[in-house]
Design a protein around this ligand. Structure first.
Ligand code: NAD
Length: 420
């Protein structure tokens, strides 16, 4: 059973705070502010799952299409025990801004199931993914809303979902979901896309300041897909990765860590498999004296409690929402430049868009083409943010939000939705 949700205060509280200095009457009309303030569509539903034991359980699930002004919805589906509507709304809103900022023709969406996948068998996860699509299929489509992997979901799960959708529609429509396995129309380069995009953003930032990445000291929090790949790429590009961490351990070496060796060891069970390196705490990693701190793990890592202790000069937000709303002004007062998540980690959704283009045209790109298009587009998009910024670079989040919102509003305006 699908429920349409109606609420008075639809936008999340954090978004309201961050937007309060942008969405002012002197910048936007009441109609424009009102349109941005509410998601286009929110659905909540129960996903039935037959457990291996034979018992049938129902899991809470949500899909929020925040904006479709610039194109179909786009955003991941997460399986997590803390998924709730507030989080999904927040993330859907950020997706709308991210797609607009990097000028890909999508709106913003997000979805999730409130479930702890560690408690499920592989068979239960597959049945849950298929059951989710059976409930949600009227609301998604390659021209309606296009899901993708997110926390605790992956290409294999997207494969089940696109297959279930094909069964329901009686035809294979690969563009309904991105982040699929290559054999089902996935794109080359998707795996490392977020990190490669972030590395290009950081390189562009230093170039804009007349500096280079070479020799810059960097600490990376999180050593999963995004953290490990960006550590590898930046190491290959000449930066000095002095600290890395995962949920269990953290390492530091003033002279720079041997990233290829760490990657090899970590591939077989995480950073705890690595030996012979000085361990530090996660808090020490966050407050290390480095040129660049890269949070690439989970949200809300830099807060009002530790912001004063941060010594990095620049923060590249590869995780979604790693800096809390109250930490933002503290970092600004300390002169710390924050390159916001909607820009820093947009490489992932950009290559998802390339996947959708390839699915639509049935013409599949080489890895070189994917990398080339990613570099060109993300560098151009960030160049526009930097051109809009002042020479302190201390308001990159506001500058990015402003550019993205202007593009969403312009699409709403030319659709005529502001004058109905
Ligand atoms: P992942 O699950 O592969 O890796 C997460 C890493 O963070 C793991 O190494 C884990 O051990 C570590 N971690 C978890 N809690 C931690 C803690 N308290 N302290 C230190 N490390 C901790 O996830 P991922 O795909 O690499 O995503 C990382 C972040 O990037 C998430 O915020 C995600 O939303 C964001 N992101 C990912 C993509 C993508 O394409 N994968 C795209 C955009 C944004």
């Amino acid at each position: 059973m699908i429920n349409y949700i109606q609420e008075d205060k639809n936008i999340c509280i954090d978004c309201r705070t961050r937007l309060s200095n942008i969405l002012k009457p002197e910048n936007y009309s009441d109609a424009e502010i009102h349109l941005l303030d509410k998601p286009k569509r929110m659905v909540s539903f129960t996903v039935p799952l037959k457990m291996d034991s034979g018992e049938v359980r129902g899991f809470n699930a949500y899909r929020v299409l925040y904006s479709d002004a610039r194109g179909p919805g786009k955003g991941g589906i997460r399986f997590h025990h803390e998924v709730d509507l507030e989080e999904v709304k927040n993330l859907a809103f950020l997706m709308a801004l991210k797609c607009a900022l990097v000028e890909i023709p999508f709106g913003g969406a997000k979805g999730g199931i409130e479930v702890d996948p560690r408690q499920l068998s592989a068979g239960e996860i597959e049945r849950l993914a298929r059951s989710f699509i059976q409930e949600l299929h009227p609301f998604i489509g390659d021209r309606i809303d296009v899901p993708a992997p997110d926390v605790n979901t992956n290409a294999t799960i997207m494969g089940y979902m696109v297959d279930e959708y094909a069964k329901l529609k009686g035809q294979f429509i690969p563009g309904v979901i991105t982040g699929k396995p290559l054999a089902l129309g996935g794109s080359k380069g998707r795996n490392e896309a977020t990190s490669l995009g972030g590395a290009h953003v950081l390189k562009t930032y230093f170039n804009h300041r007349g500096e280079t990445l070479e020799g810059k000291t960097i600490a990376v929090q999180g050593f999963g897909n995004v953290g490990a790949n960006i550590a590898r790429i930046l190491h290959e590009w000449g930066a000095k990765i002095v600290a890395v961490s995962d949920a269990e351990t953290a390492f530091y070496a003033e002279e720079g860590l041997d990233i290829p060796t760490i990657l090899e060891a970590a591939n077989n069970g995480g950073l705890k498999q690595v030996s012979g390196v000085t361990t530090i705490t996660n808090d020490e990693l966050l407050t290390a004296a480095v040129d660049v701190l890269i949070p690439a793990a989970i949200s809300h890592q830099i807060t009002a409690q530790n912001a004063k202790l941060i010594k990095a000069k620049t923060i590249l937000e590869m995780a979604n929402d790693p800096v809390t709303v109250d930490a933002d002004p503290m970092l600004r007062d300390q002169g710390i430049v924050v390159i916001p998540d909607i820009m820093a980690n947009a490489g992932g959704v950009m290559v998802s868009y390339f996947e959708w283009v390839q699915n639509s045209s049935n013409d599949y790109w080489s890895l070189e083409r994917v990398y080339g298009e990613l570099e060109e587009r993300i560098t151009l998009a960030f160049g526009r943010v930097l051109d809009a910024a002042d020479d302190t670079y201390l308001s990159l989040r506001t500058d990015s939000y402003r550019l993205a919102i202007d593009r969403i509003i312009e699409a709403e305006r030319v659709r005529g939705r502001l004058s109905i």
